[in-house]
Design a protein around this ligand. Structure first.
Ligand SMILES: C[S@@+](CC[C@H](N)C(=O)[O-])C[C@H]1O[C@@H](n2cnc3c(N)ncnc32)[C@H](O)[C@@H]1O
Length: 341
């Protein structure tokens, strides 16, 4: 069932068992789910925290466990509020606001931070949100429709070179130049009436790609890369990720665990390089002056790399959306609860 509240549309959480294992939860832990969505991960985390409290597991804190969940999508937050779960605090915010949100909640160090990046199935499946090239709807794609401008507004005001760059960088689209030219031509010809819907953009892109492509990409709609690129651009997804990564070592308590699931190779590269830098594995931190032996990069190493996890063949078969997922885990150094995934 579809609807403007989106609560009825469900989302199957990816790598659920692996996330729980990576988090090493304990009674009294404070967890942040920075991408609540439809709460698949949050629900399982709450259940595990409550089970540990009920079975009298050893406690490191006397206060009850809690989950603080963020989402920039008002529909996701409205859905979560309907749970009326006292151990869950829901906050409508982008995750680049994490430190401010935690300060406002009076929370010091947190014990686990989860990010399950990208869009949720309810966002993709609701034509009114404008993310989908499969269902026709307004060309919007904002995760938070109360902020910023829609994809249509951006395209109507963008230059050909700006569109080309976005498609190349965020979508790794081979035909970026030709698609950008076709978009600009459509805007010129149709003026203010151009690009009213996702269907119109999808068929414009498909026409360009099919004319150029010798062999179609297996199982991929020709508009996939363009839609992905415009979604990333309009939601500033890479800048958001950069910002929360920089905050993560400051908000995690010693021993706190960082768990990030990404679906895009550029995002995964950002996460991988960040963990390598923070854990001294990027190659620069160990360099020493050959004469004095003094460290050339005197920097505090704040994380320990705890590995990478991919979905099993069984998960990919039952949830095809998981096929491009990569989960990375890191531990804030300085605590007792460290260890690999
Ligand atoms: C893949 S879904 C998460 C699904 C969730 N783990 C579940 O099991 O239902 C990603 C969610 O993160 C939200 N999101 C993406 N980027 C965000 C950001 N920068 N700040 C806050 N929320 C964000 C999206 O609105 C979407 O609801």
């Amino acid at each position: 069932m579809r609807g403007s509240h989106g609560g009825e549309l469900s989302h199957q959480p990816v790598l659920l068992g692996e996330v729980l294992e990576a988090m090493r939860l304990w009674a009294g832990a404070v967890v942040v789910d920075a991408t609540f969505g439809r709460g698949g991960h949050t629900r399982a985390i709450l259940q595990q925290l409550q089970a540990k409290e009920a079975d009298g597991s050893p406690r490191e804190r006397s206060t009850p466990s809690r989950v603080i969940a963020l989402d920039r999508d008002p529909q996701a937050i409205a859905y979560g509020r309907s749970w009326q779960e006292p151990q869950l605090q829901l906050v409508h915010a982008s995750f680049d606001q994490l430190e401010q949100v935690l300060q406002a909640q009076g929370v010091g160090g947190i014990d686990a931070l989860l990010m399950d990046l990208g869009v949720s199935s309810p966002q993709l499946d609701d034509p009114a949100r404008g993310f989908s090239f499969r269902h026709d709807g307004p060309l919007d794609m904002r995760m938070d429709p109360t902020q910023g401008i829609s994809v249509r507004e951006w395209l109507l005001g963008a230059s050909e070179s700006q569109i080309t760059e976005a498609l190349e960088v965020y979508g790794e689209e081979r035909f970026a130049v030709q698609i950008a030219a076709a978009i600009v031509a459509r805007c010129r010809d149709a003026g203010g009436a151009a690009l009213q819907s996702t269907g119109e953009l999808a068929s414009l892109v498909a026409g360009v790609v099919r004319r150029r492509q010798k062999r179609p990409e297996m199982g991929k709609d020709p508009a996939t890369r363009t839609f992905q690129a415009l979604r990333i651009l309009i939601n500033q997804e890479f800048a958001q990720l950069e910002s929360i990564l920089s905050q993560a070592p400051r908000v995690l308590a010693p021993g706190g665990r960082l768990v990030i699931i990404s679906f895009h190779s550029l995002e995964d590269r950002m996460v991988k390089q960040f963990i390598a830098r923070e854990s001294g594995r990027s190659g620069t931190e160990d360099r020493r002056d050959p004469v004095t032996g003094a460290a050339l990069f005197d920097r505090e190493l704040r994380l320990r790399d705890a590995g990478r996890v991919l979905p099993s063949a069984a998960e990919i078969a039952s949830n095809p959306r998981s096929r491009s997922a990569v989960m990375r885990v890191a531990v804030r150094v300085g605590g007792a609860s460290e260890g690999s995934v």
